[in-house]
Design a binder for this molecule. Sequence first.
Ligand code: GUN
Length: 298
Amino acid sequence: MAKVIDGQKLAQALRGDLLARAGAIDGRRGAAPGLAVILVGDDAASAVYVRNKIRACDAVGIRSVCHRFPSSVSNADLLDLIARLNADSEIDGILVQLPLPAHIALDQVLEAISVAKDVDGFHLYNVGGLVTGNTVFSPCTPYGVVKLLESEDIAIDGQNVVVVGASNIVGKPMALMLMARGATVAICHAKTRDLAQFTILADILVVAAGVPGLIIPQMVKTGAVVIDVGINRLPDGRITGDVDFNGVSAKASRITPVPGGVGPMTVTMLLENTIASAERALSRGERVAENSASERLF
Ligand code: GUN
């Protein structure tokens, strides 16, 4: 029987540390770390995600400000707000909740965010940095998966990893982050023929397809580590992942549950990125202050 990886427990432990770091920032600069969240339209799932993110900010001492717009908002209005937030020294992170309405130029909006405040890691610079190994911020969900694997002492180097799902938010960055840590990675997606011939080879199987019950025991190698990133709402209202949890648990060595696996880690990594951003801003500020003090001396 697989050991269940408790994402909720790890998230709680990490949040204790984040609370202390946020307090230290507040003490040093007289302002808590600040996160601006931009929510457009009335997508029900987005509203839930944003509410969870704001609650999580409150719990660790991050000041969050939510900017809500109707789905008729113009591109120009969003760009205008982002420009103001980029210039606001009390805002350390800017997050645009996706999806955006079709008439908004998504790339333009994401690239308007200052790279130094791009705590979601969706700016092209940060996306490109995943390839070259110099991101300022890693995207939260795959970053959370890496933290979960590390916390369980699961080796990545030299392992065969299969990522099911090729989205910009999870699948593609996940593959690049694990490849950077020495894994041999295959990415499967909706057009992959005979998914099982790939998944059966995986030492670590990461599933982010958005298809409930997609992964059944016959598709999993005995002893594999199975990470379920899926969050699907069933007709009866229950939340379920992409993996047949009960069936696959009998074959895997480790498995994440849904809910309580990757989900809490995604939000925690957003908090981590926001606090890291504030710490960098603070040390930049202190370096500038030191330089101007030494200029005055000489
Ligand atoms: N929509 C679905 N997942 C995410 C996420 O991680 N960040 C943002 N901004 N929007 C999302």
